[in-house]
Design a protein around this ligand. Structure first.
Ligand code: SAH
Ligand code: TRP
Length: 336
């Protein structure tokens, strides 16, 4: 399928799943790899981490003692979801980068209890996660409709169906922090474009704190995060017929205090050249050379307000966990 004609699967009527990942998705990986691996400082964008194995590793990261963001965000949702459901009166929840929707259930429970919940719209690039979560949630919440969108939230937001009523667009897990500042504001503006006057954005962001706590969260003792980081090389091996040996690379996680973000890198253990066969591209690594695979920005309230404001959004609620580790912000279109 060349052009992005949506595929609608045959499914029980409570579920509809559209896929927008046609040939253009493979091209986006190839473009990103060609662009990123030919730079003087090599880098890759993070959305390619999440194949089925990457998604499983991410689930394990969320359970690690060092990785506090998931627990902190869940704690906020547990304390404040009832208030969020009542304040917004939302009949539906759109979730960008929904993954397994584990924490989302806390919010769905509150909307269900408030008697307003009608529809859930998960948007994720990982097909299996959208499909599995549609099955699970329709059986957990009788009467709930799930309209899954398999796609890239940077490119396919126009395929999010029109609202049935007031809605919450959730963007959890600190995923916004994985974009560098310029694209972060572009992504936020696009998301703001999904909001009508009665709608809200609920966004999770990690906060600036002791660098030792931050670095441990991205370099755990069991090495799960290291495996997650190296997994992107396995994705390139499979999708673009590259010949990386993941064991040729060490996992590195460093807090950059100037930019206030964590950088994850893969550092070549020895000098070598790999070939990305589908691109006819030889890629040379010096011993010790690093490939940047992800940033994870940590926010201050000021920085977050600035980013929201630049996207035409206005803060309605600033919610943190009892330890002040993580923030959930509820915002709305600025009134002009
Ligand atoms: N929201 C979940 C998962 C966060 S992990 C949580 O808070 O735990 C990030 C998720 O976003 C993954 O499921 C990944 O597949 C998805 N994702 C990353 N980049 C994406 C993109 N550009 N478009 C759509 N989904 C994306
Ligand atoms: N959005 C998550 C974060 O920045 C993604 C993430 C968590 C992650 N742990 C990771 C990405 C480890 C790569 C490696 O915190």
């Amino acid at each position: 399928m060349e052009h992005s004609a949506a595929q609608q699967s045959l499914a029980p009527e409570a579920i509809r799943v559209d896929s927008h990942l046609d040939g253009t998705h493979g091209r986006s990986l190839a473009d990103d790899v060609l662009d990123g691996l030919t730079r003087p400082f090599k880098e890759l964008p993070p959305k390619h981490f999440y194949d089925a194995r990457g998604a499983q590793l991410f689930d394990r990261i969320c359970e690690l003692p060092e990785y506090y963001p998931t627990r902190a965000e869940r704690a906020i949702l547990e304390l404040r979801s009832q208030e969020l459901a009542q304040l917004t009166g939302a009949v539906e929840l759109v979730e960008l980068g929904s993954g397994t929707a584990a924490k989302t259930r806390v919010l769905l429970d509150a909307m269900h209890a408030a008697g307003t919940l009608e529809r859930y719209i998960p948007v994720d690039v990982t097909e299996s996660m959208v499909r599995d979560c549609a099955e699970e949630l329709t059986s957990e919440y009788p009467g709930l409709r799930v309209h899954g969108v398999i796609g890239d939230f940077e490119r396919h937001l126009e395929h999010v169906p029109p609202a049935l009523g007031p809605r919450i667009v959730a963007f959890l897990g600190g995923t916004i922090g994985n974009f560098p500042p310029g694209s972060r504001r572009r992504v936020l503006r696009q998301i703001a474009g999904l909001l009508g006057p009665e709608d809200y954005l609920l966004m999770g962001t990690d906060l600036v704190k002791d660098p030792r706590v931050l670095e441990a969260a991205y370099d755990d003792a069991q090495g799960v995060t290291a495996e997650f980081n190296r997994n992107v090389l396995r994705v390139l091996n499979r999708e673009l017929r590259a010949d990386f040996d993941p064991e040729d690379f060490d996992h590195v996680a460093l807090f950059d205090p100037h930019n206030e973000w964590i950088e994850m890198r893969l550092r070549a253990r020895r000098e070598h050249t790999t070939v990305v066969r589908d691109l006819d591209l030889p890629v040379h690594f010096d011993a010790g050379e690093e490939l940047r695979t992800e940033i994870s920005a940590k926010f201050t309230p000021e920085r977050l307000q600035g980013d929201l404001g630049a996207a035409g959004l206005e803060l309605v609620r600033w919610l943190t966990d009892p330890d002040g580790l993580f923030a959930l912000t509820l915002s709305q279109q600025q009134v002009r």
